[in-house]
Design a protein around this ligand. Structure first.
Ligand code: KIV
Length: 272
């Protein structure tokens, strides 16, 4: 029951592996609500991510840390209802998987049962490997997330590029290999040098999805509101505006205001 029905077949983790083997790039955008997800799904995107960026984009928080499991479930359920085609991936929020493996598995099962999403994404490498393995053993497809991991913004002291130095780059490669070996079907690589992301992409079977990581990744992800020109004052180097939806919305709102103020709307034809 999407925005427009699509006759494209549903993307699965199996499709991901096939796309990597065929050298076909995987596309991913975020969404957090039914209407937006329906539009994005009908356009033919491969994946919709209910990112914990919902904390910023939907709630106006300064970072992703405040968003809760219950709030992510609300957003994820709304998005999953709209998707006929895309693989639907949901972030586990900060605090929902770091305490212990058992707690993580309980939260992950709840998120899968109550939302209808296809897979979950967790930030981190070897530190969370046992947890990642437990989820995969339970039959939950897991997408890793390395490089700039926004849930650790306070540890990093900002949102700068990661893994520029050799030691961090080496750790990123071994983290990616460990996640791959554990069975992650995909790994997001955020804000890392393009050369490193391309090298990781060659070394792992998992599909790498870049954001600020160059075009050597197996796919790309952006926050939809950033990609469509809806967020103001946020224009990092990696971001391209593929539309000016914010401006279009403002035009529409102004036209509505003018029409109501001038008593031109509603017309006789628009009245009962
Ligand atoms: O929360 C999010 O939107 C993300 C993407 C930017 C990768 O994790």
């Amino acid at each position: 029951m999407g925005y427009l029905s699509t006759d494209k077949k549903k993307i699965t983790t199996k499709t991901y592996a096939e796309m990597k083997a065929a050298g076909e790039k995987v596309t991913m955008l975020t969404a957090y609500d039914f209407t937006t997800a329906g539009i994005i799904d009908a356009a033919g995107i491969d994946t919709i991510l209910i990112g914990d960026s919902a904390s910023n984009v939907m709630a106006g928080n300064a970072d992703t840390l405040p968003v809760t499991v219950d709030q992510m479930i609300y957003h994820a359920r709304s998005v999953a209802r709209a998707c006929n085609h895309a693989l639907v991936l949901c972030d586990m929020p900060f605090g929902s998987y770091q305490v212990c493996k058992e707690d993580a598995l309980r939260n992950a099962c709840r998120m899968m049962k109550e939302t209808g999403v296809d897979a979950l994404k967790l930030e981190g490498g070897v530190e969370i490997l046992d947890t990642v393995q437990a989820l995969i053993n339970a039959g939950i497809p897991v997408c890793g997330h390395l490089g700039l991991t926004p849930q650790s913004v306070n540890k990093f002291g900002g949102y700068g590029i990661r893994a520029k130095e050799d030691a961090e780059a080496e750790k990123l490669v071994s983290d990616a290999k460990a996640l791959d070996k554990a069975g992650c079907f995909a790994i997001v690589l955020e804000k890392v040098p393009a050369k490193l992301a391309a090298e990781v992409s060659r070394q792992v079977n998992a599909v790498t999805i870049g954001i600020g990581a160059g075009n050597g990744c197996d796919g790309q992800v952006l926050v939809y509101a950033d990609a469509l020109g809806m967020t103001q004052g946020f224009k990092p180097k990696f971001l391209r505006h593929f539309a000016q939806v914010g401006e279009e919305m403002q035009k529409g709102v102004k036209a509505y205001i003018d029409a109501v103020k001038s008593v031109e709307y509603p017309s006789a034809e628009e009245s009962y």
